[in-house]
Design a protein around this ligand. Structure first.
Ligand code: MG
Length: 153
């Protein structure tokens, strides 16, 4: 088996009048994330991890944010497009969301279920705070790191 691993990172700033979408799941919160698409920071990090594992570039190359086609895009559908570019299945995905608010623990099972369904693989979603340090600690936005393993056989 030729397992290839990729890493992804993304961050988005909080903004008023936006829905908060994480892993394709709407999380109730007074603010959402700003971005060209639905700003699903978790799914974006996973997309970059999958693209990295497959050596297919990055999310900005595949879905340029200057292209009106991706304005308000459902990031889950972007992830599906990327999965369609792979030669083999995703083995597993592991991700960590980093923010002070909202508390994400109660929403993790729904994110895992949605992402497992889309990727056809074992998915782990973890959440932590930044211990009130820096821009994340000040509640300015959400960051996410992800790794994905893809079987390229
Ligand atoms: Mg992004």
């Amino acid at each position: 088996m030729a397992i290839s691993v990729g890493i992804g990172y993304d961050s988005h700033r909080f903004a008023d009048d936006r829905r908060l979408i994480l892993g394709g799941v709407e999380v109730p919160h007074e603010m959402g994330l700003s971005g060209h698409s639905d700003a699903d920071v978790l799914t974006h990090a996973i997309i970059d991890a999958v693209l990295g594992a497959a050596g297919l570039g990055d999310i900005g190359e595949v879905f340029p944010d200057t292209d009106p086609a991706w304005e308000g895009a459902d990031s889950i559908s972007l992830l599906s497009t990327v999965i369609g570019m792979l030669r083999g299945p995703i083995t597993n995905v592991d991700a960590t969301l980093i923010c002070e608010q909202p508390k994400l623990g109660p929403h993790r099972p729904a994110m895992v279920a949605r992402l497992s369904e889309i990727t056809g693989s074992r998915v782990s979603v973890k959440a932590t705070t930044n211990e009130q340090m820096g821009w994340i600690g000040r509640g300015e936005g959400i960051a996410c790191m992800a790794v994905a393993a893809v079987n390229l056989d």
